[in-house]
Design a protein around this ligand. Structure first.
Ligand code: G3I
Length: 316
């Protein structure tokens, strides 16, 4: 197989990327997104502040562009994200709503968005980043106002809105065995015990070079043993800049190891990278002095990491 998507297709898996809506007009960007990946995730345009910036006014235009792009290129769409404390408009976070009101607002958002995209979006990150690092629940406006039941409520609303979509919980720093992933494990086990419709766990996988958790595959396996799908949803591996060639080679090996961990766990259906070009990555803006976290360099030339992923997928 000559492309990542051909290699992934041959394995029956997906290889995805986050797509930045404003970059699709660049032909180099557009061609790589179309030709190398069989799954796409909106980097920003399906988030709450983008879709429902003020109460009751829904803006689906940018999300629809991604769906059109995916359909034109025979790709699956991985929906990101319905309920998240970030990129949440202030009319929600500072609205002063009581529990009943906020629950209605949350349920309405889930229902409207999922109904709009029903049949076009295979997965939804129903809740995103609900944990603190110690495994307790983050004090988001939803947790503070509604309490922990907001999570079950969100999944039930999602299942009612689109019974065919796969419903996921997604987080970062839960890739290895640690207090946060234990919190996630205990929550999903308890939700399943209550009959809450949850299908999948997303491990974001924003990694640092040489710090990929050694327990990644075992951790994936324990979620799989609960009967859940477990996917890598936002993979990147950042390096202290400037990155030298030895570091780029190690990065290639480590990208390949993450893909191999997914392939070794039958409940892992695929890996999504959080953007493919270093020039577009969120990393330097949030971690000054770090970067080079992706599969292509600033000029969209494939890096060793591209070959690391391709080889792990069985391509050449
Ligand atoms: O849309 C505004 C634009 O109007 C304004 O002019 C511009 C000026 O800064 O900002 C634009 O918003 C930016 C937005 O991306 C869209 O480009 C925000 O400032 C910027 O903070 C935002 O960053 C995104 C970030 O999520 C927000 O938390 C990144 O692109 C996106 O890659 C990142 O993705 C997250 C996942 O959703 C969840 N997991 C972590 C991951 C990385 O942080």
């Amino acid at each position: 197989a000559a492309t990542l998507r051909e290699a992934a297709d041959a394995k029956g898996k997906f290889i995805g990327t986050a797509v930045a809506d404003h970059r699709l007009s660049d032909s180099r960007y557009n061609n790589i997104a179309a030709n190398e990946f069989n799954s796409v995730t909106a980097e920003n345009v399906m988030k709450w502040d983008s879709i429902q910036p003020s109460r009751g006014s829904f803006n689906f235009a940018a999300g629809d562009r991604l769906v059109d792009f995916a359909q034109a290129n025979g790709q699956q769409v991985y929906g990101h994200t319905l309920v998240w404390h970030s990129q949440l408009p202030s009319w929600v976070s500072n609205g002063g709503f009581n529990a009943t009101e906020l629950n209605t607002i949350m349920t309405t958002h889930i229902t409207e968005v999922m109904n709009h995209y029903e049949g076009d979006v295979e997965y939804w990150d129903v809740v995103n980043e609900v944990f603190n690092e110690d495994g307790t629940l983050r004090q988001s406006v939803f947790q503070q106002t509604i309490g922990q039941s907001y999570i079950a409520n969100a999944f039930r609303a999602a299942d009612a809105a689109d019974p065919n979509a796969k419903l996921c919980i997604n987080d970062y720093n839960v890739e290895g065995d640690n207090a946060k992933s234990d919190g996630l494990y205990n929550l999903v086990q308890s939700l399943l015990g209550q009959g809450v419709p949850i299908d999948c766990v997303g491990l974001q996988s924003h990694f640092i070079l040489d710090q990929i958790p050694s327990t990644l595959q075992a951790n994936m396996q324990r979620f799989a043993a609960l009967g859940l799908e477990v996917n890598i949803t936002e993979l990147d591996i950042r390096i202290n800049m400037p990155a030298d060639s030895a570091e780029l080679q190690r990065q290639a090996t480590q990208f390949g190891n993450v893909v191999s961990a997914c392939l070794a766990v039958s409940a892992c259906q695929g890996v999504t990278v959080w953007g493919f070009g270093d020039a577009d990555s969120w990393v330097p803006g949030v971690f000054p002095g770090q970067g080079a976290a992706c599969l292509y360099d600033d000029n969209y030339n494939a890096k060793p990491s591209y070959n690391g992923v391709l080889t792990a997928l069985g391509g050449t």
